[in-house]
Design a protein around this ligand. Structure first.
Ligand code: 13P
Ligand code: SF4
Length: 304
């Protein structure tokens, strides 16, 4: 580690202690940011941790919808997103107004929104889900007709696992669509012993080539529990840092080096430090929206 990083980390840890803060970090964050975390995980695990923490301040190293979810669950805490421009392009592919219009075309349909959505969109939805619990959430519903927003590929994947009728919204993750089926086929030839593990945000042609379709948290558990020594990883490449750190004897091959989420990478040690020094940028969901969105998040958390 460089001296400069060591200095930054010392300052971050001392401010964190002084402010009774917790640092929650998504699996796609830069390695050096993962290394200062109190907890690293997927969207579901991070929401569960936010909901139960007794810290006064949550420093959320992830993207905007994740910090919003923490604010929805913990209205009395200060939730910091070290770079306010760290948004999720997929979450921006739907607005509350657009969703209201679509709902009016499908009267009586239950709306399930992926957690990768704004608080306003969650407020217009009946329940939300993450990639870790999507099928379980859908199966728990006493309804046969479902509108799933905004990720068409996760929605398509769910539709292959349930008998319910799922209407889709045309959103997608610009990072995961960079993973091409040909990359998986080529890597399988190069590493015939490897397990292929992909995220459900990938396109169906990629998913159909995988051994396992898992959330990022599921991938980390799979890597440590499965006896396979090699794993081809079809998701954002930030996760490779954690996989290698937790499984030093195993080999992890990114399905595509281009599967990078630029917004996730906006958060750095410097921005974490500034955020703790200035107690900004804060993410706070207005109370009227928060209460409606919380119903959708709480309904999900009761299922898992
Ligand atoms: P999970 O970590 O919940 O699998 O989600 C992936 C993702 O795209 C988060 O933005
Ligand atoms: Fe959004 Fe995709 Fe980035 Fe996740 S990886 S934050 S879904 S753009």
């Amino acid at each position: 580690m460089e001296n400069r990083d060591a200095e930054l980390i010392d300052k971050i840890l001392s401010l964190k202690k002084k402010g009774n803060a917790i640092i929650l970090v998504h699996n796609y964050q830069l390695g050096e940011v993962q290394d200062i975390a109190d907890f690293v995980g997927d969207s579901l695990e991070l929401s569960q941790n936010a909901a139960k923490t007794d810290a006064d301040v949550i420093v959320f190293c992830g993207v905007h919808f994740m910090a919003e979810t923490a604010s929805i669950l913990c209205p009395d805490k200060v939730v910091l997103l070290p770079d306010i421009h760290a948004g999720c392009p997929m979450a921006d592919m739907i607005t509350a107004e657009g969703l209201r219009e679509r709902k009016s075309e499908l009267p009586g349909t239950i709306v399930v929104c992926y957690i990768n959505s704004s608080a306003e969109v969650k407020a217009e939805s009946d329940v939300c889900c993450t990639s870790a619990n999507a099928v379980k959430v859908i199966e728990s519903l006493d309804a046969e007709e479902i509108l799933f927003v905004p990720d068409q590929y996760l929605g398509h994947y769910i539709s292959t696992k349930t008998d319910k009728r799922i209407s889709l919204w045309p959103g997608f993750c610009p990072t995961h669509i960079r993973i091409q089926p040909q990359y998986i086929t080529n890597l399988r030839q190069e590493y015939p012993q490897a397990k292929v593990v992909v995220h459900p945000e990938c396109r169906p042609e990629v998913i159909s080539l995988a051994d396992e379709v898992l959330s990022t948290g599921g991938m980390c558990r799979f890597a440590s529990e499965n006896e396979a020594e090699e794993m081809i990883v079809g998701t954002e490449i930030g996760i490779i840092h954690r996989l290698r750190k937790e499984n030093p004897g195993k080999k992890f091959i990114p399905a595509s080096e281009q599967a990078v989420c630029p917004r996730m990478k906006l958060i750095t040690l410097e921005s974490v430090l500034w955020s703790l020094q200035e107690m900004t940028p804060e993410v706070k969901v207005p109370e009227e929206i928060r209460l409606k969105a919380k119903t959708a998040v709480d309904t999900m958390l009761k299922v898992v």
